[in-house]
Design a protein around this ligand. Structure first.
Ligand SMILES: Cc1cc2nc3c(=O)[nH]c(=O)nc-3n(C[C@H](O)[C@H](O)[C@H](O)COP(=O)(O)OP(=O)(O)OC[C@H]3O[C@@H](n4cnc5c(N)ncnc54)[C@H](O)[C@@H]3O)c2cc1C
Length: 344
């Protein structure tokens, strides 16, 4: 079939690639291409964060987990498997998504820093989005997919070009569809040079929340914040300082020298004779970024038939887990397209 995908983040590209593999002809129209998408800002560790409903997220996440395990065997994909420690301030049961991952256990007491009573330890994919989105785009184009920079303001534009449209516009669904269920949750990350620290550390409910440390190939992503309703993608120095402080506290138990270097980033500018805080921090950091998570009550993945000869498949609203769910959702879109071609 001829298929038009709207959006070129991780959802649009993964869906496009799977549809090409299934034998369809696919083109993508997107307002912005990588590296200028929210997907490029993602940390990105496999973790079902702010995405619902739980049963579907677990199934989509499991499919993506397996796909990323395979991709980790291809170094140029930017995907690697990492040890993750998700720290908890109180004793907790297993997470609802436990069946999606391998090697899950609760943290041993000696692994827990002061202030934490429990933790999830698991192997999970880390996806270096600075490498991975470009890898996906190359794979999509190598299979014959085509990409166009084009903003769609009304779906009739898209249907004028193609009878089957797949909507992967993320937060853009607010304007395109008038979807009032989706809203932005602002995130900001700081990237520092890689220094040999390899473990992913997460705290989203404990004394340093929200903090995450995600070592990738060339750098380490430090986060974060999660500000519901904020529309700003401007970089905020106070937010950066808070991220550095919380991540220093989080990593101290595991690597005191790493923690000290993060604290040095914070205080270097305050010493007499040192450059301004801004200059000093910038000299040490690799980069930083801010983005808006597309949070929705539930991921919208469903098929509509707006006219007898038109099909619309939605795949958006993945919250803080668009990368985590990408291959699972892409596979479901392929199934929904196959049902159009071969009605029951
Ligand atoms: C700081 C931060 C950290 C994160 N960390 C993680 C993580 O560790 N793990 C994880 O899984 N997820 C993480 N996320 C969430 C993840 O980034 C998103 O869930 C994911 O990027 C959503 O992908 P998407 O392709 O649906 O949307 P996007 O990446 O936003 O792509 C949407 C595409 O649609 C296009 N578009 C929009 N409107 C239109 C229109 N009208 N016409 C044409 N094109 C349009 C855009 O230009 C873009 O190409 C994080 C997010 C942030 C901000």
């Amino acid at each position: 079939m001829e298929i038009l995908i709207l959006g070129c983040g991780v959802s649009g590209l993964s869906t496009g690639l799977r549809l090409l593999e299934a034998g369809h002809r696919v083109r993508i129209w997107a307002k912005a291409l990588p590296p200028h998408t929210t997907s490029n800002v993602a940390a990105a560790v496999w973790y079902p964060y702010r995405a619902y409903p739980e049963d579907k997220v677990t199934a989509w996440g499991a499919e993506a987990y397996r796909a990323f395990q395979r991709l980790a065997e291809t170094p140029e994909s930017g995907v690697l498997m990492a040890d993750v420690l998700d720290l908890k301030p109180v004793a907790v049961g297993d997470p609802w998504w436990v069946s999606a991952v391998e090697g899950f256990r609760h943290a041993r007491p000696e692994e827990l820093p002061p202030g934490y009573a429990d933790g999830y330890a698991l192997a999970a994919p880390v996806i270096d989005t600075s490498v991975y989105l470009a890898y996906l785009q190359r794979a999509f184009e190598a299979r014959g997919g085509t990409l166009f920079t084009r903003t769609v303001s009304d779906l009739t534009e898209a249907f004028a070009a193609c009878a089957v449209v797949v909507n992967c516009v993320g937060l853009g669904a607010r304007e395109l569809l008038g979807d009032r269920e989706i809203h932005p949750a602002r995130g900001q990350v700081v990237r520092v040079r890689a220094n040999g620290f390899r473990r992913v550390l997460l705290d989203d409910t404990g004394p340093n929340a929200l903090a995450y440390i995600v070592p990738r190939g060339e750098d380490i992503v430090l986060g974060g914040i999660d500000e519901d309703g904020s529309e700003s993608t401007a970089l905020d120095p106070a937010t950066r300082a808070g991220i550095l402080r919380r991540c220093a506290n989080l990593v101290h138990h595991f690597d005191a020298a790493f923690a000290a270097s993060l604290r040095a980033l914070l205080t270097a500018g305050e010493r007499p004779g040192a450059g301004s805080a801004e200059e000093t921090v910038r000299a040490e950091m690799v980069s930083e970024a801010a983005g808006l998570r597309p949070v929705r009550s539930t991921v919208r993945l469903e098929r509509e038939r707006p006219a007898p000869d038109r099909w619309l498949i939605h795949n958006y609203g993945h919250g803080g887990a668009g990368v985590t769910l990408s291959w699972g959702c892409a596979a479901e879109v392929v199934t929904l397209v196959a049902e159009i071609a071969r009605p029951a």
